[in-house]
Design a protein around this ligand. Structure first.
Ligand code: KG4
Ligand code: ZN
Length: 340
């Protein structure tokens, strides 16, 4: 089965073609980051309009690269939520309409299920069951994945998502928006011994996270010590060390609680080098293995949507002709809908 996948939930237009036998045939991405940067955050209306401009040219590009005509496509997948409603509606309308026009089934995909299963696109994919750490701009969750479609939330952030905390801290350090990756780069030059930030909620049992206090800690440190270049790097380092160590501790706890040995990391913060290396070390010590998507598929992309859409279509799922999107859509809802 060959599936065209479309991702437009936020500020990236991603399109890809996935074939169940041959794997990923082509993918293309257009990021709106530069357009939103001057506003210091994503402007929903501008995002929708830009998806309108970019989605169809990107579909033409991947169809050309994969040497496909409409006859070669067996199904269409699009992100149906969660995300910005206008942005979602663009991808859903285009995806559903193409399915209708080409007379193939179309299916709405959960954006976080896409992130969660992005490591399946790699040559050495993880096997079920596994614990997944989803770390993006909008989510921080530990998920128990028994099989495809069975997702139980073990714990999540009670306040800011980890990517959001990276971005807010980056903003106060004057690193622009979204500054997560820039902060991570700057942290490499920071002195790990100068400041020590707390590891939130590690003394309590459970698998919840809280990251908003770290941002306040960064503000207070900046007020006290100023913001010269070295101090910025030292704050970035202290912030990142605290976040990474907290995530590692909670992942270890989740693995021990489930008794499982496989960890999957996904979402934009999964691109963080310090997090990748410390999780790899921890899993080695625990006698398990950690799986990451390739760097470019940590952040939003069409490939993960095409992959999940293909699995759903192969399982006989499809979405009717009505165009429906879900700006708020808990991942755990998927388990109940597929069990019913
Ligand atoms: O998954 P994603 O592309 O979008 C959402 O669905 O939210 O994640 C974007 C988030 C942003 O907050 C961004 O700052 C963060 O991932 N991010 C990073 C790094 N690269 C991207 N955070 C820390 N270190 C990085 N290297
Ligand atoms: Zn995302």
């Amino acid at each position: 089965m060959r599936v065209l996948g479309i991702e437009t939930s936020c500020d990236e237009t991603g399109v890809a073609i996935y074939d169940s036998r041959q794997g990923l045939l082509a993918h293309a991405l257009y990021s709106q980051v530069a357009m939103h940067a001057e506003y210091g955050g994503v402007v929903p209306e501008l995002a929708s309009r830009d998806h309108v401009r970019k989605t169809i040219p990107l579909i033409e590009k991947v169809m050309f690269e994969a040497k496909c005509t409409s006859q070669d496509i067996d199904g269409v997948a699009y992100t149906a939520g969660p995300g910005l409603i206008g942005a979602l509606l663009v991808g859903a309308t285009i995806g559903r309409s193409i399915g209708f026009a080409w007379n193939v089934p179309a299916v709405g995909v959960h954006h976080m299920e896409g992130h969660l299963l992005a490591p399946m696109l790699e040559p050495d994919p993880p096997e079920f069951p596994f614990v997944a750490l989803l770390v993006s701009g909008g989510h921080t969750q530990l998920v128990k994945v028994t099989r495809m479609g069975q997702y139980d939330i073990l714990g999540e952030s009670v306040d800011d998502a980890v990517g959001e905390a990276f971005d807010k801290t980056a903003k106060l350090l004057g690193l622009g928006y979204p500054g997560g990756a820039v902060l991570a780069k700057l942290a490499e030059q920071g002195d790990p011994k100068r400041f020590h930030f707390p590891r939130p909620m590690i003394d309590r049992p459970g698998l919840e996270f809280s990251f908003s206090g770290l941002k306040t800690f960064a503000v207070n440190t900046a007020h006290k010590y100023g913001l010269d270049l070295q101090t910025k790097a030292d704050i970035a380092r202290a912030f990142q060390d605290a976040v990474v160590e907290t995530l590692v501790i909670k992942c270890r706890r989740a693995l021990r609680e489930t008794g499982w040995k496989t960890l999957v990391v996904a979402g934009g913060v999964g691109a963080n080098i310090a997090l990748r290396s410390q999780l790899t070390d921890m899993l080695q010590k625990e006698g398990g293995k950690v799986f990451f998507p390739r760097m470019e598929f940590c952040t939003d992309n069409g490939a993960m949507i095409a992959y999940v859409g293909c699995q759903k279509l192969l399982a006989g799922e499809k979405t009717e002709l009505a165009i429906e999107v879900f700006p708020r859509w808990p991942l755990s809802d998927l388990s109940s809908s597929r069990n019913s």
